[in-house]
Design a binder for this molecule. Structure first.
Ligand SMILES: *Cc1c(COP(=O)(O)O)cnc(C)c1O
Length: 408
């Protein structure tokens, strides 16, 4: 069978107002398409990677030498971070939504013994993995972590910083302190929070590994790099026990970013073929984050979330999240059970909001890189117009007024 010659793939502009990916900035897209044709060892590409590494240390707030990007998406960075977990390793996973649940699956695949993996290859039940479940809509607190680590005394513990499934912020400070008290090595999924939360990872010495993504706080969706950072303790452990991966091996991947034998070197050495276009756009995204200022960015997100929250509440929605880049809500009473229908109607018109991916079904409205008054007003108006079309009488102008009061 021959595939037909399809017409050129054109993708329309949408408002990416979901949990992620965010609206990629024009500057980042332009940087993707403007580099000259070059290969992965061309000097400016290598220099760009070194500069990205330096910018990432600033963004993470860390002196960790092993701070760089893993080619791919958030899960690629997480896979590299979890590559240090071996079959039979005792690890406590804190789960309070879709993404930390997938983290737990990813870890079970690594911690499962051969027999456990054979018994259920796609969902191994690894006896050494202890999962602590916190109900949807609630945060993982320091007390929950403390109690679990005191009881189970694992080697590792892992948690999402911001659980994007339920829109909840988990307590990294409490997590880190509990890890320190119990001599546990902490690992954090910081996919949603990096670049938005006020975060300096060096303030949390109980946590030895951090993994983020290109498409949320970094605004670099053109498939680029998942930022990661590993402390010297993580690296020492990895050196001792190894990892069953070439491509996602943190020590191997670090080489191309000019990190060899724990030292910064002048230029990277080949690990795999990096794209100059990806490097250029990632570089531009990191420059934008730093130009905007880390504290200023988190303040802008806080203000925008507060204002949008007020507007959505004015339209009768009930909000259960506490992240500053994402609102998770219940629609006004009459629409209970019609969340997916509502979201589908919005999405079919290029207004890209999302439902929750696990139960209970709620609606998620995100503001990644959509922080201007104009953009927020558009979100409020589009949302209100759809409520009206679903026969929920909504005063859109009053909601916009609440939004503007929140901004100013
Ligand atoms: C988005 C997200 C992921 C997955 O990231 P991808 O870029 O889709 O691979 C993992 N964890 C959390 C907390 C997320 O928000």
């Amino acid at each position: 069978m021959n595939a037909p010659i399809f017409p050129r793939l054109d993708i329309p502009n949408t408002i990416a107002a979901g949990p992620g990916p965010g609206n990629t900035a024009d500057r980042v897209l332009a940087a993707y398409t403007s580099p000259g044709v070059a290969d992965h060892m061309q000097p400016d590409v290598l220099r760009g990677m070194i500069e990205c590494k330096q910018m990432l240390r600033e963004i993470f707030g860390t002196q960790n030498v092993h701070t760089f990007g893993i080619a791919g998406t958030g899960w690629s960075g997480l896979d590299a971070m979890f590559s240090v977990v071996h079959p039979g390793d005792k690890i406590v996973m804190f789960v309070n939504g879709t993404f930390s649940d997938i983290d737990a699956l990813s870890v079970r695949m690594k911690a499962a013994t051969e027999e456990e993996l054979n018994a259920n290859p796609l969902d191994p039940q690894a006896a050494s993995v202890i999962t602590i479940r916190v109900p949807h809509g609630q945060s993982v607190t320091g007390e929950i972590v403390e109690a679990a680590l005191a009881e189970h005394k694992p080697k590792w513990a892992a948690m999402a910083h911001w659980e994007t499934g339920s829109g909840r912020v988990n307590d990294v400070k409490g997590f880190s302190e509990a890890c320190e008290r119990h001599g546990v090595l902490g690992l954090i999924d910081a996919v949603s929070s990096l670049g938005i939360a006020e975060l300096k990872i060096d303030d949390h010495p109980g946590i030895v590994g951090w993994a983020s993504c290109p498409q949320k706080g970094m605004m670099a969706l053109p498939l680029t790099y998942a930022p990661v950072s590993f402390s010297d303790r993580y690296i020492a452990e990895l050196r001792k026990i190894g990892a069953r991966s070439f491509v996602h091996h943190p020590l191997m991947e670090a080489r191309h970013w000019g990190i060899i034998d724990g030292q910064d070197v002048e230029k990277g050495t080949y690990h795999r073929t990096h794209s100059p276009y990806a490097v250029a756009s990632f570089h531009e995204a990191l420059r934008m984050v730093l130009e905007q200022g880390l504290l200023q960015r988190s303040e802008r997100y806080r203000t925008a979330e507060r204002a949008l929250r007020a507007a959505l509440q004015a339209m009768g929605c009930t909000i259960t999240s506490n992240m500053t880049s994402l609102i998770v809500l219940d629609l006004p009473g009459d629409l209970k059970g019609r969340e997916k229908e509502f979201v589908t109607a919005c999405r079919s018109e290029g207004f890209g909001i999302w439902p929750t991916l696990s139960e209970p079904t709620q609606v998620r409205v995100g503001i990644l890189n959509l922080l201007s008054e104009e953009e927020l007003t558009t979100i409020v108006r589009r949302f209100g117009e759809m409520l009206n079309r679903f026969d929920v009488l909504t005063d859109i102008d009053a909601a916009v007024k609440a939004l503007k009061q929140g901004i100013h």
